[in-house]
Design a protein around this ligand. Sequence first.
Ligand code: SF4
Length: 267
Amino acid sequence: MGSNLKTAPQEKILRACYEALFYAWGPQHWWPARTRFEVIVGAYLTQNTSWTNVEHVLRRLRGAGLLSVAGIRRTALPELESLIRSAGYFRQKAQRLKTFVAFLDEHYGGSVNRMFAQTTEKLRVELLALNGVGPETADSILLYTGNHPVFVVDAYTRRILERHGIVTANARYEEIRWLLEHALSNFEHALSNEVPTPPATPRLTNAMVKINPIHRPSLMSTSRRSNLVQIYNEMHGLIVGVGKHYCLKSHPRCDECPLQRFLPKPS
Ligand code: SF4
């Protein structure tokens, strides 16, 4: 990625977008889960499917007493496939969950906490080497389960940044991640304790009326974490809100979007 001089204007816009969204909508409460392992399972299951389908599968696994490392370990592959069928690509995903648990057993004695005690860089490389773990899944696991300071770049992030002229259509995942991380870490440094504390009553705007918080507070969404991790967490959740409600693939609803004022001026 380029130097500070080259990216400073984009970073300024990104910080302004964060402020506008956060003060309009407040905390988004990602990731909705009761345990760290549940976040990991959710990160695998959500690939190429809607969150509603994932929630259904998570309820099934929980109801069967299998939403744990031990639960996935002891469940035979065909049974696991059947349990997660409604998440789509169930054979692939069941095998990938088994692979993850085997990795955890082999390298960390089956302990999620021991795994997350690794440095961000080392663990990211290890996760990316696992079958079915791309950058978005690896970074979701690192950020939302392990409270490691990495930004999760998803399709909404790319679409919004492209439409605002902040990145080009061929920007690589790592470039976008670097840009967001750099922009928001400067923000954290500049505002220290002010940012992560949500306003008691988020500022109401027209946009606020049209979006509900994506998730209710959960044990994982309210767990202790650093300011920087909290900001990365919120920014990703806010971007998902924009992507789902305004920045639609074919017909963006710019007129109603809280980010409209950050669109580049027509030349
Ligand atoms: S819908 Fe919102 S985020 Fe998407 S291009 Fe329009 S103003 Fe930007």
